[in-house]
Write a protein that binds this ligand. Structure first.
Ligand code: SF4
Length: 354
């Protein structure tokens, strides 16, 4: 049996979880530090919690360097973690290669930003897909089984008629077609979770929607759990069920995508939304507040600011923001909407009201 069946597993079943996931990259010591005991590290990801469920897309949004791609690579077990846990179906997993890594990859697959770099230019599409099917034991027993599986993979990603694409090389395809081949290769493993790291950011604007629609179709038909990493918060609203916002290695807000994008609570999320292209604002008709929010650069992750990492850029920063790390606080406007910001602490609200 080689075909990829439509999913039968229950929707919303938890597939993959990150619990207090932390990754620090040691910084190479300079000559002048050799005699000191200083050991610097880049705090790329700190204490991140994330849950991927069947049949749902979770968007992870933030600017470059916020730690989004590091989370994808940690979840794909491409980097060892500094601390925290990754659970696949509730079981702690830590794999370093070999058969255990292959078993893990058959359930969790990654799609990279650049489809050209992720495909070998010297091999045909048939080679890439056959390799994936064989590595994960989905090629069947006969040549006919394999042919049928190849055709199904290409049909799944809407590259039809499949015969037209099988013997082409990556350079003979458009960027959108290459990304569809990369998705087909990931599906060759019959995964339960897809980690899509900026899957459309290198594609022409005109074909991005088609690839996002394809991923949404796969979410529904194969009941996949999808992590969608992007710096474009507008696409998160369109495509994702849940949206999580990251800043300087920490999660700062989360909730259902409609609420997070329409009623953002954290000042950083508001900044992201305000800086996304908006035809009303360009035409000068927006009634958005003219706050000069968020001027400045993201902080150094080698010596991140104490307290709230956003405080050097935040127009609402209070004294405690400089020293106390904000904890996730419920906003109360929609179930599950939270922000790590002291503005939502009941004590602060009471003081403001006085
Ligand atoms: Fe701004 Fe303070 Fe909230 Fe951080 S905790 S976002 S500095 S108000």
């Amino acid at each position: 049996m080689t075909s990829i069946p439509d999913a039968k597993a229950p929707a919303a079943e938890v597939v993959l979880e990150a619990i207090s996931l932390t990754k620090h990259f040691p910084v190479r010591r300079k000559l002048r530090d050799l005699f000191s005991h200083r050991k610097d590290a880049v705090h790329a990801v700190d204490d991140v919690n994330l849950t991927l469920r069947r049949g749902q897309v979770v968007a992870l949004v933030g600017e470059s360097g916020s730690g989004k791609s590091t989370i994808a690579r940690l979840l794909a077990q491409l980097y060892p973690r500094t601390s925290g846990d990754i659970r696949l179906h509730g079981e702690t997993t830590k794999v370093k290669g070999g058969a255990a890594f292959r078993r893990y990859c058959s359930q969790v697959q990654m799609i990279f930003q650049d489809p050209f770099a992720s495909l070998n230019p010297t091999h045909t599409i048939r080679y890439h897909l056959t390799r994936s099917l064989k590595i994960h034991g989905n090629a069947g027993k006969t040549a006919e089984d394999l042919d049928r599986a190849l055709i199904e993979l290409l049909e799944r990603v809407q590259l039809t008629p499949p015969e037209r694409y099988l013997d082409k090389f990556p350079h003979e395809l458009s960027g959108g077609q290459r990304q569809r081949v990369a998705i087909a290769r990931a599906l060759g493993a019959r995964p339960e979770a897809l980690l899509a790291d900026e899957p459309v950011s290198m594609l022409d604007v005109s074909i991005r929607l088609g690839v996002l629609n394809l991923l949404r179709d796969l979410r529904d038909r194969l009941n996949l759990a999808i992590l969608y990493i992007t710096h474009d918060i507008a696409s998160a609203r369109y495509f994702a069920d849940q949206t999580m916002v990251m800043y300087a290695g920490r999660m700062v807000e989360g909730g259902d995508s409609e609420t997070v994008t329409q009623s953002p609570a954290h000042p950083y999320t508001r900044l992201l939304i305000d800086s996304a292209p908006d035809p009303d604002r360009l035409a000068g008709t927006s009634d958005a507040e003219g706050e000069d929010a968020g001027n400045g650069e993201p902080p150094s992750l080698i010596h991140p600011p104490a307290g709230c990492r956003f405080h050097p850029r935040c127009p609402f920063a209070m004294e405690r923001c400089r020293t106390e790390l904000p904890v996730p606080l419920e906003i109360g406007d929609a179930p599950g909407h939270w922000a790590a910001c002291w503005l939502y602490d009941q004590n602060e609200k009471a003081e403001v009201a006085q």
